[in-house]
Ligand binder design. Structure first.
Ligand SMILES: Nc1ncnc2c1ncn2[C@@H]1O[C@H](COP(=O)(O)OP(=O)(O)OP(=O)(O)O)[C@@H](O)[C@H]1O
Length: 253
């Protein structure tokens, strides 16, 4: 029996506790994530999906409950400490990349992430050769853009870079928070294909928030639905392969 990489046990996250109207955003939430899981996360606006990710990433410390990583209690671990095993891509293409730095410099930064070393432009040349080789292997569209400042990229290209940076060091856990939502349909489809390919090739463990029911059904081996801060449905690959988009939509009515 596989052990989970990550476990959320009875997580309750309260806000406005100092007022007379405290609100529980996550309510006694339980979730076990196993190695190689690709979990699509659905839920209506305000269901607590982003709060769940913030809690996993350490930006929010839960009011009650425990978070375990390989059975170790990491509930109080800082965001920085968690970046050793965790990477994120957000909805906003402007997040996740340094705008004035070139694509190559951003990739170099990502490659050095968590290594506590200084940033040496001198090292850029040798690292760039390796980058070009791996981008060529991937037939990646950013191959011609390495010397361009990131702020000059389109939203789709920038998001593609954010994804590349987030997965460069093969994180043990990857969180994708509607990472294709701000893109036009073509760019969104391209990035989603790139995402699925990378996750499959490198056996990454991933949670992906999406509002696209088709994507939630098409990708991943599990599908969960959040409602009022709780996981109300957790479907296996076999269960979700039996579901139609219309049946899935029924859970939201
Ligand atoms: N600091 C806060 N203070 C008060 N309410 C908050 C706070 N942070 C989040 N909330 C509320 O908690 C609920 C869950 O928010 P969250 O962003 O996690 O939802 P979501 O499922 O990601 O929604 P969406 O699909 O719209 O992105 C929302 O009703 C939000 O307004």
């Amino acid at each position: 029996m596989k052990q989970p990489i990550l476990e959320l046990k009875n997580i309750t996250t309260m806000v406005n506790q100092q007022t007379n109207q405290p609100v529980a955003i996550l309510q006694n939430l339980n979730l076990a994530v196993y190695p190689g899981d690709f979990i699509t996360v659905l839920g209506t606006n305000g269901a607590g999906k982003s709060t769940l990710f913030e809690t996993i990433a350490g930006n929010i410390v839960p009011t009650y409950g425990k978070i375990k990583y390989h059975q170790k209690d990491i509930t109080q671990w800082s965001v920085t400490k968690r970046t050793r095993f965790l990477s994120q891509v957000f909805q906003d293409p402007k997040l996740g990349t340094a705008p004035r730095m070139t694509v190559a410099e951003n990739l170099l930064l990502a490659a050095k992430r968590g290594q506590h070393r200084g940033f040496h432009l001198r090292k850029l040349k040798s690292t760039k050769v390796k980058m070009i080789q791996s981008l060529q292997q991937m037939q990646h569209p950013l191959i011609d853009k390495l010397d361009l400042p990131t702020e000059n990229l389109s939203g789709g290209q920038r998001q593609s870079l954010s994804f590349l940076m987030a997965t460069l060091n093969q994180p043990e856990i990857l969180l994708l928070d509607e990472h294709t939502a701000a893109l036009d349909p073509k760019s969104s489809m391209q990035l989603m294909a790139q995402t699925a390919q990378k996750i499959a090739q490198e056996h990454l463990t991933c949670l992906m928030i999406t509002h696209h029911l088709e994507d939630a059904l098409k990708y991943g081996n599990r599908l969960i639905i959040l409602q009022e801060g709780q996981v109300v449905l957790d479907l296996s690959q076999a269960q979700k392969s039996q579901l139609t988009k219309e049946q899935l939509a029924g859970y939201f009515i």
